[in-house]
Design a protein around this ligand. Structure first.
Ligand SMILES: *Cc1c(COP(=O)(O)O)cnc(C)c1O
Length: 224
């Protein structure tokens, strides 16, 4: 099936409250253009320089979501246009994003990434670290970032029940943080979970942002 057909098919299976992020990492600009021509406007990338190059090459009404591990020295390549950073996994990173956003006179939306998988390799905060971050004076003094929700990646496994439990865990974390820190704010509303193989489970568990790559663009040539 074509990229356009895959997008149409996936979108028609999503509830109206869930946004499809087309994860285009490693894929050429031509593939993104095909998705764009099919009406897709939200793209996810996991490398800052690759995202910058694609941002420069493609129409400027695209919303660029950064979904990969973000090194502080690469923030400068995305800060002027990124619409959501999914991968905040430390107070220090958030601090640096806030400084960079201040220089650009922007308020940049961010998600806290949680470690929900039963694997060492996946980045993310533990719940107590998120509490420390959100209680810190440094966080409270930041005016150029806005924490709008949470993100997580499930374990790479065929065990659907395990994946479901990990998504439930992320939803619980979201609910707790919402109640404790964001009860007064309408902005804290995003739960980024679900990829090509598990987005249907994620939707059932409350995902608002699904990050789908290979189901749209086909397999990637190298593991990233
Ligand atoms: C690559 C990637 C995805 C998309 O993965 P697919 O299995 O190709 O859908 C989603 N989220 C993150 C963080 C990724 O790095």
């Amino acid at each position: 099936m074509s990229i356009a057909n895959e997008i149409t098919k996936i979108k028609s299976s999503l509830p109206p409250t869930t946004t499809l992020i087309a994860v285009s990492k490693t894929k050429p600009v031509e593939d993104l253009q095909q998705a764009y021509d099919a009406g897709q406007r939200v793209f996810g990338e996991n490398k800052a320089l690759e995202m910058r190059d694609k941002h420069e090459a493609l129409p400027n009404d695209i919303q660029w979501h950064f979904i990969g591990h973000l090194q502080t020295n690469k923030i400068k390549y995305i800060i002027s246009y990124v619409s959501l950073i999914h991968s905040i996994d430390s107070l220090n990173l958030l601090k640096e994003v806030n400084i960079a956003a201040t220089k650009k006179n922007r308020v940049v939306d961010c998600l806290l990434q949680f470690h929900i998988a039963n694997e060492d390799t996946k980045y993310g905060l533990l719940l107590h670290e998120a509490h420390e971050l959100l209680n810190s004076a440094e966080y409270k003094a930041m005016n150029n970032i806005r924490v709008v929700g949470v993100m997580g990646m499930a374990t790479f496994t065929d065990n659907r029940e395990q994946i479901r439990q990990e998504f439930k865990n992320l939803k619980n974390i979201f609910d707790q943080l919402k109640e404790q820190y964001f009860a007064e704010s309408n902005c804290f509303k995003e739960i980024s979970m679900g990829m090509s193989d598990d987005y249907s489970i994620a939707i059932e568990e409350g995902s608002t942002l699904v990050r789908v790559g290979s189901a749209i663009f086909g397999k990637r040539n190298y593991a990233v």
